[in-house]
Design a protein around this ligand. Sequence first.
Ligand code: NAI
Length: 286
Amino acid sequence: KGKRAFIAGVADDNGYGWAIAKSLAAAGAEILVGTWVPALNIFESSLRRGKFDESRVLPDGSLMEITKVYPLDAVFDNHEDVPEDIKTNKRYAGSSKWTVQEVAESVKEDFGSIDILVHSLANGPEVTKPLLETSRKGYLAALSASSYSYVSLLKHFLPILNPGGSSISLTYIASERIIPGYGGGMSSAKAALESDTRVLAFEAGRKRKIRVNTISAGPLRSRAAKAIGFIDMMIDYSLANAPLQKELSAEEVGNAAAFLASPLASAITGTVLYVDNGLNAMGVGI
Ligand code: NAI
């Protein structure tokens, strides 16, 4: 039987989430996505109007189908957590049941279970500030949106993840090496995400035979990356210095995710898999 995937963090056709959805769809999976509430309307209307049709084309010529789009804000775990100003914010008021717990409940109601959980989201309001200039609030917001959001997603989806299933997140090498410009606590958030990948692999493995891995991806000109402001420099740096001198395509990360989600990776859990043209292995730029 075909597998079902829930991919959190898809709001356009430029990011890693979209590419992962495509690779999983190409491998025969049914696709559900979670879209950040403020981006929901534009994403759904663009989908409906055919704006993404070109990027929906799969290798066999068919178009990727997204069975359902769920509104999601992964910084809120349940309805009681949502502050009044968000509840009444007009970008949120039009949607309901978008906290992590409610989304997991809705997916359970609609489909019963899933096989693959993907976390492809991050947010750091002070990402452009060096760590020394980052406020406590900004730092904790980066951790909340980019690290705890994954703990929360896995926790709430674990009961409906079929045993043998797989969970994947996206990380960045700024967690372990100095990447000036990746600020606001985002480097810290990725370090937490990678450490949590190991602990969660143990806990979810023992509890439900679920594998937990993270992909350390090279630079991609996504919406989120453009907001950081140094993405073109990072792409040029990789082109100049990585063992493989080609621009990384989102599809290459999507294909690695499809591998990790497949039975071909049945003994792989708790790992950080680099999909970066090998840049991580370099010691100096040349
Ligand atoms: P993207 O902009 O396509 O994806 C980020 C998504 O997160 C967006 O759809 C945004 O709406 C969503 N989001 C933000 N806050 C949210 C919240 N509170 N609740 C739900 N959704 C929320 O950008 P990209 O770059 O594809 O990011 C996906 C993942 O890949 C992130 O974890 C990012 O850190 C990681 N990554 C990106 C790299 C790059 O160069 N683009 C390199 C290495 C890792």
